[in-house]
Ligand binder design. Sequence first.
Ligand code: KMH
Ligand code: ZN
Length: 278
Amino acid sequence: MTATLITVAPTGAEHDKADLPQLPTTLEELVETARRCEAAGAAMIHLHIRDAEHRPTLDTGRLSAAVEAIRSETDLIVQLSTGGSVHDPLETRLTVLDAEPDSCSLTCGTTNFGDDVFLNPMGFMSDLYVQAQEREVVPEFELFELGHVAALARLIERHGLPFGGKVHVDFVTGVPGAMPGTTAALLAGVAMLPPEVTSWSATGIGRTHLPIMAAALSAGGHLRVGMEDNIMYARGQQVQHNDELVARAAEFAALMQRPAMSTSEARELLGIKDRRAR
Ligand code: KMH
Ligand code: ZN
C-alpha cells in the first residue's frame, strides 16, 4: 500500500463569504490556509480565488499572485481550478493556464450541478488538454459522472499522455444530480478507469465526505478534502478552518497504514515540473 496524497480544496466558487466568514477568500487567508494545511498533511492545493468583494473570479493577475504567494510560502503543489463557477465562459476558463500553475483541473464532461449545469463540451476539454500539454501543466481529471471516465479515455486516445506522463484522476461524488457519493458508485468508476491512469483520488460532497474518504482509503485511492466540498465537520459543527479536515484525513490515512504523502512524493506521483525558485 502506498502513502496517501491529500489535496485540500479550501474555497471553491459556491459558498458565500457572508454566510461563512471563515471561508478563505483573500490572498492572506489563502496563504495562511495553505501553510496550515501543509503542516496538517496536505501535499496539493486545489485553488479557486475571489475578487475584492469575495466573488469568484478568474482574473489572471489575481490567479498569478495566488500561485506565486503559495509557491513561495509553502511547498504545496498548486493546482488551479479551470472549472471556475458555473457562470464562467469557456474562453475565460482557458486563460487560467496563463497563471502558470503546477497543475490544473480538467473536468471530463458536462454534468448536473445542483440546479445548474457545469458545461464541459468535448472541444473545450480537448483545447484545455492540449494547452496544458504545451505549457507543461499537469492536469487532474475531475470525474463527476461514470461517463466522464469514457471521455477521459477518448482524450488520451486523441492527444496522448498529459505532460509528465502520469494520469491522475479525482472522483467528485455527491454533487446533487451527478454521480452519488456512495461506495458502489465510486468502485464502479474505479473499475472503468483506462489502463493509462496511474493514480486516483476521491472526494464526497457534503455528508458523503466521510463515507467516500473511507471507501477511497480502503480501495487504494487518494483523498481530497476541504471547504469547497464540505463545510460540516460533524453534525451541528461547522468547519472552522480547512486544516481540521486535512488533519482528520491524515489521521484516518495513518490509521489505515497509508500515511499522508510528502510534497516531494506527491510531485513524483503526479509528474510535476519543478517551478519553484531556487
Ligand atoms: N465550481 C464548479 C462549477 C473544478 O474546480 O474544476 C466546478 C469545479 C470543478 O469546482
Ligand atoms: Zn474546484
